[in-house]
Ligand binder design. Structure first.
Ligand code: TYM
Length: 342
């Protein structure tokens, strides 16, 4: 918390947090553990902006009707996971046009070579060989605009977004050098110590992803109890027996232990002690139960929220209105700084 002297009055200024998730698939345990669980913890202490990145989703073709419905679904998933719309500004990216407006200015400052280095661009263009569009390439610039519009101090994300955050910081440097300093705030990434990279259940060498075609690879936060149990019990593990954390040689087991640790609040050492002399199967049974216990109230709340789209519409509208107030101030300053008539 920072104290600042403002017009002669001592005011309590909260730092700003911003983060979001792309509207594809359904949120997974990876998104929950790596990001949203941390978002929910920050909501009391900081001024938080959490958004649904629907424009980012368009870099891969989306069926329009499904995208429209999924936007409701994601909004409801955010709320069900404990994000309080009174404490946080929760909104949909495309409802605040300043995101794409700022993006254009930043695109004109970002060297192609920097974008060429982005590993996510390389991975996605390998996966979508028939649709390597310019949006996929400039995706990280839109991300930078998302962050910089709100003057975010901290951006809580999983490990896979670290490179994009670094690029965002580079872009602030480009802007400062070419125009003026102090208009865009330099953000810091906030990456949790545990669970910043939850791995796929069937192939623990790759990250758990909500857009994975094989749904056995992830637990969705709105999966029912039966599905969760089945997916966790059939997770790939090595042929050993001892329950010992070893990310290199026992990647599958270690991934399950990480999930267990975050959901239970127990340390890895404590888990190793609890399971001395027990088999992998015991850990899977306990983890399945713990995951069901964590996610069943989320699913119940989600089902309820999805029955009331008018309520979701209202919240989306008020979230966007609140977000736009902050976004418009930054965009105005940026437009003036680069010489556009206002
Ligand atoms: P997305 O939708 O892929 O993921 C949302 C958040 O979840 C984290 N995450 C994970 N953490 C741990 N283990 C995993 N397996 C895992 N999978 C995903 C991500 O790191 C992320 O924090 N480009 C972003 C969305 C975005 C954004 C932004 C984020 C758009 N603009 C501005 C922050 C700030 C994305 O696609 O996240």
């Amino acid at each position: 918390m920072i104290w600042r002297f403002n017009f002669g009055i001592l005011t309590d200024m909260k730092k700003t947090i911003l983060s979001g998730s792309t509207v594809t698939g359904d949120l997974t345990l990876g998104n929950y553990i790596g990001a949203i669980n941390n978002w929910a913890k920050l909501q009391d202490e900081y001024e938080c902006f959490y958004f649904l990145a629907d424009l980012h989703a368009l870099t891969v073709y989306q069926d329009p009707a499904i995208l429209r419905e999924r936007t409701y679904s994601f909004f409801a998933q955010y709320l069900a996971l404990g994000l309080d719309p009174k404490k946080n500004v929760i909104f949909v990216q495309s409802h605040v046009p300043e995101h794409t407006q700022l993006m254009w200015i930043l695109t004109c400052l970002t060297p192609m070579g920097y974008l060429n280095r982005m590993t996510q661009f390389k991975e996605k263009s390998e996966k979508h060989v028939k649709n390597i569009n310019a949006g996929l390439f400039t995706y990280p610039v839109l991300m930078a605009a998302d962050i910089l519009l709100y003057q975010a101090d901290m951006v809580p994300v999983g490990e896979d977004q670290r490179q994009h955050l670094e690029l965002c910081r580079d872009i602030v440097g480009f802007f400062d050098n070419k125009y003026s300093e102090g208009i865009l705030k330099m953000p810091d990434a906030y990456i949790g110590k545990m669970g910043a990279r939850i791995m796929s259940l069937q192939d623990p060498t790759k990250k758990m992803s909500k857009s994975d075609e094989n749904d056995k690879n992830f637990v969705s936060i709105i999966d029912d109890a039966k599905k969760i149990e089945k997916k966790i019990k059939s997770a790939a593990t090595d042929s050993g027996t001892e329950i010992k954390f070893d990310a290199e040689n026992k990647a599958g087991l270690s991934n399950l232990m990480t999930i267990y640790s975050v959901l239970s609040g127990k340390s890895i050492q404590q888990i190793e002690q609890d399971f001395v002399g027990k088999m992998y199967g015991h850990l899977k049974v306990d983890l399945a139960e713990l995951t069901v216990q964590t996610l069943s109230p989320v699913k119940a709340k989600y089902d309820d929220l999805m029955k009331n789209k008018d309520y979701l519409d209202q919240l989306m509208k008020s979230g966007a209105d609140r977000a736009q107030v902050r976004a418009a101030v930054t965009l105005d300053k940026v437009y003036k700084a680069v010489g556009l008539h206002r």
